[in-house]
Design a protein around this ligand. Structure first.
Ligand code: HAM
Length: 439
């Protein structure tokens, strides 16, 4: 009896070559532009101790209370699939002492896991590019980090609007919290059930509730920006003048508070209405207290993350879809006896950086069909005839190009048809001097 066909876990997607070409193109563009700002890649574990996220993101956040994939491993330790990258990055930087006397700029790209209700633009396994900068407390760093975020969206060809806010210092926020509660309490009955609960745990989250009645109430609430401590107010004012100087349009959104507890001062989001309910493409902010809170030395920090699925969806809406690259040559073998020779030639071409897809042994008709399906620019078929000295024919599949000649002269044939031979395939590891081991 045939077994039941197994399904992927809900909200977790498979990505095949037709799509991964777009992912690779985007990831390549992102890596190139991160180098322009001197960011280095960190590759961090997908699993961390549950305690890390509870302490970093905050016990009373939706992520920690409702969305984490948490389980006990075989030793009984509670582990969690990372719902975001900041906590792990801070943990790693403290553990390896890589912030000591340094101001590192890190980035990471990879999957994150949140048990949210899947819908367009929202998945249970999704991918982020995140950046984190340590040791730079000034507003000029906020401006540069936001300029990087603007460039990421520009490079991806995505249009979104920048919203910023300041959450001030923890003390200013605590004071504002009592003001906000004074304002919300008489209106409690008009709030949605979630917000009534949020009022007790984290009243600032009422400000960014998406339910219209809650938004109306939030709209008239006192503004956190009017109750900032003097240093945070000056920081926010300087950031705004720097954004203007850098020609980055922004809007101050007084309701922007973010769903993770580690932020202070600057928070920002790039939003669009092209993706329905999931309008935030890129989001982040300053979190100057987190490093110390997790056991490191007092260290200023700022970062953001961008959802790659959301970036790709926005690109697709604009008709920007990368095509999977096609091989340069389809090489078919008609008989078993021709396979060794055909494979040898293919290997020699690959030594020169030429991409070749092989097939066979198979009938001429089958090979022809496969050649077309391969989308290769050229095709060549090798059989007993060629082994006995007959000419090999190289044919352009969609054009008129044609060459015939000796089996050993395929390189010259391709060159005569206008193929540039790329650099030989790389087989050396470069940059040894900068390699470092995490222990
Ligand atoms: P976040 O706002 O939770 O921030 O997520 C950042 C971005 O990840 C979102 O704007 C969205 O594009 C994407 N994203 C989040 N959840 C999902 C989902 N379920 N499906 C698809 N995409 C999603 C953070 O994660 C912070 N760690 C950002 C940060 C870095 N702050 C400072 N440094």
């Amino acid at each position: 009896m045939a077994g039941k066909v197994l399904q992927a876990v809900r909200g977790m997607n498979d990505i095949f070559p037709e799509e991964s070409a777009g992912w690779q193109a985007l990831e390549g563009d992102l890596r190139t532009l991160l180098a322009l700002y001197d960011y280095g890649e960190v590759r961090l574990p997908l699993l961390e101790s549950t305690e890390l996220f509870a302490r970093a993101i905050g016990d009373v956040t939706d992520i920690v209370q409702k969305e984490m994939y948490t389980f006990a491993d075989r030793n009984g330790d509670s582990l969690t699939l990372r719902p975001e990258g900041t906590a792990g990055c801070v943990r790693a930087a403290i553990q390896t002492q890589s912030m000591r006397g340094q101001t590192p700029r890190y980035y990471y790209m990879g999957p994150m896991f949140r048990h949210e209700r899947p819908q367009k633009g929202r998945y249970r396994q999704f991918h982020q590019l995140g950046v984190e900068v340590f040791g730079l407390p000034a507003a000029s760093t906020d401006a540069e980090v936001i300029a990087l975020s603007a460039r990421i969206l520009r490079t991806a060809g995505v249009t979104a609007a920048l919203q910023i806010n300041s959450l001030g210092s923890p003390a200013a926020r605590a004071h504002y919290r009592t003001l906000l509660l004074d304002y919300l309490r008489p209106r409690r009955a008009e709030l949605c059930a979630d917000c009534q609960e949020r009022m007790e745990r984290n009243p600032l989250r009422v400000l960014d509730c998406k339910v219209p009645t809650c938004q109306d109430i939030a709209h008239l609430a006192p503004h956190l920006a009017d109750h900032l401590d003097a240093d945070s107010a000056a920081h926010f004012a300087l950031l705004q003048s720097l954004l203007t100087a850098l020609d980055i349009p922004y809007q101050v959104n007084h309701s922007l508070v973010r769903g993770l507890d580690y932020y202070n001062r600057t928070v920002f989001e790039w939003v669009t209405d092209a993706l329905g309910a999931q309008g935030t493409v890129l989001a982040g902010g300053r979190y100057d207290g987190l490093v110390a809170q997790l056991g490191g030395a007092e260290t200023a920090a700022i970062g953001f993350a961008v959802g790659l699925e959301r970036l790709l969806a926005l690109q697709a809406l604009q008709g920007r879809v990368a095509e999977a690259p096609a091989p340069l040559l389809f090489m078919g073998a008609l008989e078993e006896a021709a396979v060794a020779r055909a494979w040898q030639i293919a290997e020699r071409l690959r030594d020169e950086g030429i991409s070749v897809v092989t097939s066979g042994p198979a009938s001429f008709k089958t090979l022809m069909k496969q050649a077309v399906r391969s989308r290769a620019r050229f095709q060549a078929i090798i059989g007993a005839g060629q082994l006995a000295g007959a000419a090999l024919i190289l044919k352009e599949q969609l054009g008129e190009g044609r060459w015939q000649g000796d089996l050993d002269a395929v390189h010259e044939g391709l060159r005569s048809l206008g193929v540039d031979f790329p650099q030989p395939a790389p087989h050396t590891v470069r940059n040894f001097a900068t390699a470092r081991t995490l222990s």
